[in-house]
Design a protein around this ligand. Sequence first.
Ligand code: 16G
Ligand code: ZN
Length: 531
Amino acid sequence: SSLRVVYAFAREMHPKTSDVFIQYGTAGFRTKANLLEHVVYRMGLLAVIRSRVKNGRTIGMMITASHNLEPDNGVKLVDPDGEMLEQSWEEIATRLANVSDNDLESTTAEVIKEVNADMALKASVFIGMDTRYTSPRLAAAAANGVIALKGTPKEFGIVTTPILHFCVKCRNDNTYGTPTEEGYYEKIVGAFKNIRQKLPVSGDYNTTLYVDGANGVGGKKLNIIKKSLDGELDLKLFNLGGNGGKLNLNCGADFVKVSQKPPVGVEHAPFQRVASLDGDADRIIYYFLDDQNVMYLLDGDRIATLLASYITRQLAASGAHTLRLGLVQTAYANGGSTKYITEELKVPVSCVKTGVKHLHHAALAYDVGVYFEANGHGTVVYSDNAKKTIARIAREGEPEQRAAADLLLNFIDMTNETVGDAISDLFLVETVLCARGIAAPHWLASYQDLPCRQLKVTVQDRNAISTTDAERQCTSPEGLQSRINELVTTYKDGRAFVRPSGTEDVVRVYAEADTQLNADKLAAEVAQAVF
Ligand code: 16G
Ligand code: ZN
């Protein structure tokens, strides 16, 4: 049959060359790029099957390893509404990725049967990739996989992860926007420019923003956007990938957040705010240095509180009192932020497991759900009810209410609701800072972060550690949690947890305490306990 030819082709073109077991983790498959070609090809097959199960709606495939260094790469699937692949399919993806070439045919047939895919339907798959030199080859393997099962691939070339999510969503729901990179700029940047017309620059806000592009795709796209901005924002871009700058190496959002150090390759001026993106531009962290070169981080928690307080205020001003806004965080959220959110903002907050799919899902429970990981991945999602209510007020409300609702509508348009998006978040943050007429130090002053430290520990089997309570407590190995409890109580404001990484073969340790020295000590002691 024609499928025979398909599997013969797979063996020839994208053979499985390694026996290393690979797992669909928190953000898809991620490992050394040279181990991935057959995996990506097979994900092309799976994307077609998924598209058919979803009645021919478009599925996305993104080739990226995000903030990892250049030698790594990865692939993840995007579901029709632009969200992460449904969790129950992760196991199927893992199975398909690991079977031998000889068993690929029978396993694919098994999967098709199991998920009840109608292979006579059309199938459509959008493929995007980051800037890694291994990405084009992998994107080609993805397209080959799609074609093998008679699906239609559409290659977007180099795009940010959130642009691909956006395009998938638009393709399946044309009310959301136009499914192209240009359509993305039109909607997001267009909304930003619209707001700047209505909210002129005032107070201590100034329009200069420095950006660390992590030598990845985000900086490149901002360079395109920059040309269409007429003084609404003066972007000064660094780490665009030229001049020998290496992807994510000592730069980018993850480096800045974890090491708490400024990135290389960026000029600094006292109190000048800098936005640091990660390699595929789905994370953003702000920071500035003072006149003594001391660095102040404005991380994902900080962005979440900024956005949540602004939206809360706009909802009140528009009289939309029935809409419930809530915030979603993970165990990594700084204790200072959680306290501020509950005690000062008086906004309900939920804590979930690490990984965008968990945050996104929890945020959907609110009319307006703001979710952010401390590492800078996050966005805002609005229910249909929220959108309708706000649109109605913008049409029919009292004049002041109308103005507030109208701004909110632009704010919603500026938001990439499918996934955390550094570019969209950048415009959201700049809008709120401008609306409030504040500079970065004022933003920082809203609450104080507790000093914190992250460490990673290499152990024989990271899966020996299991956790509960949104990863804040560990249930095995026995005795570890009580040891952590003992250690924590000896520190003022102490808090610590351990969890197996979902993206690397390590155990992660997080600690916070009243001083940096104490946070460092507590982290080291907990790491010791993990061994
Ligand atoms: C992935 C996740 C990110 C999470 C990180 C944790 C997505 C799109 N990305 O990058 O949200 O913070 O993994 O990594 O879900 P870890 O499990 O290695 O700590
Ligand atoms: Zn990323």
